[in-house]
Design a protein around this ligand. Structure first.
Ligand SMILES: CC(=O)[C@@H](O)[C@H](O)COP(=O)(O)O
Ligand SMILES: NCC(=O)COP(=O)(O)O
Length: 248
């Protein structure tokens, strides 16, 4: 029997749209509640050091208000560690961060950053937070995650999703496939995510040793199309309620 594949919905880019105007709309917590109703198994939010999308109060409200496990994505900094230990999300995924990047460009160097990461994995784990490391699909990185004592890895699927040719995509998919098999062989729970879309999700979802996918940017973008008609109908209804049609 195949394992249930969990969907973690990443709501970062609802906050990106909110922050474009600096107000409260659209509210990422409301998006998380909607995701729960729509069948998501978890919510993922990345509190970046520069707070370009999710902000501290979002994390506070997500922990308090959502009925699903929260996966907090965070850089390995003392500030983020303190925030995670204060809020105690279900899970924390340690990701690399570059201030100038548009989005997370690559995986964490768990092997090269071993000494730095040891304390973060240890303190988060000791607080009962399930730690994952966001890594490229490289066996050496998985071995380092295992040696660090992280129970989970999330494989960065960006290179697969961005591949420009069929051949390149197959090569990237096979890296993910092998890494996911290696994760199982060495006793790591395996997640995957970044850049997944309707076009790219199938082959990754079919890999039996991956148990969770985290997907955000595409879903938020797609909602502009799939969800806009419903939003317009609701707007028309409210307008008609406030000023019934048929008048002058
Ligand atoms: C680590 C990761 O893949 C997610 O955090 C996702 O990329 C959304 O955040 P950014 O777009 O800010 O990288
Ligand atoms: N860790 C990946 C994630 O949370 C979602 O990435 P994306 O779908 O927003 O690119």
């Amino acid at each position: 029997m195949s394992r249930h594949l969990r969907l973690g919905v990443n709501i970062d880019h609802v906050a990106t749209i909110r922050n474009a105007r600096g107000g409260r709309h659209p509210d990422p917590v409301r998006a998380a509640l909607l995701a729960a109703e729509a069948g998501a198994d978890g919510i993922t939010a990345h509190l970046r050091e520069d707070r370009r999308h999710i902000i501290d109060s979002d994390i506070e409200r997500l922990v308090a208000e959502i009925p699903l496990p929260l996966n907090l994505e965070m850089a390995a900094t003392d500030e983020m560690l303190a925030i995670a230990l204060r809020h105690k999300p279900h899970a924390a995924c340690i990701v690399p961060e570059k201030r100038t990047e548009v989005t997370t460009e690559g995986g964490l160097d768990a092997a090269g950053g071993f000494d730095h990461l040891t304390r973060f994995v240890g303190e988060l784990g000791a607080a009962g937070i399930r730690v994952s490391l966001f890594v490229d699909p490289e066996p050496a990185q998985l071995d380092a995650a295992r040696a660090l004592g992280a129970p989970v890895v999330e494989l960065h699927t960006g290179a697969y999703c961005e591949a420009e040719t069929w051949q390149e995509r197959e090569t990237e998919l096979s890296r993910i496939l092998h890494a996911a098999a290696h994760a199982e062989a060495i006793g790591l729970e395996c997640h995957a995510g970044h850049g997944l879309s309707f076009d790219t999700v199938g082959p990754v979802a079919a890999i039996p040793t991956i148990v969770e996918l985290n997907i955000g940017h595409f879903l938020v973008g797609e909602a502009v199309f799939g969800g806009l008609a419903a939003a317009i109908r609701e707007m028309r209804t409210l307008m008609d309620k406030a000023r019934p049609r048929g008048g002058r």
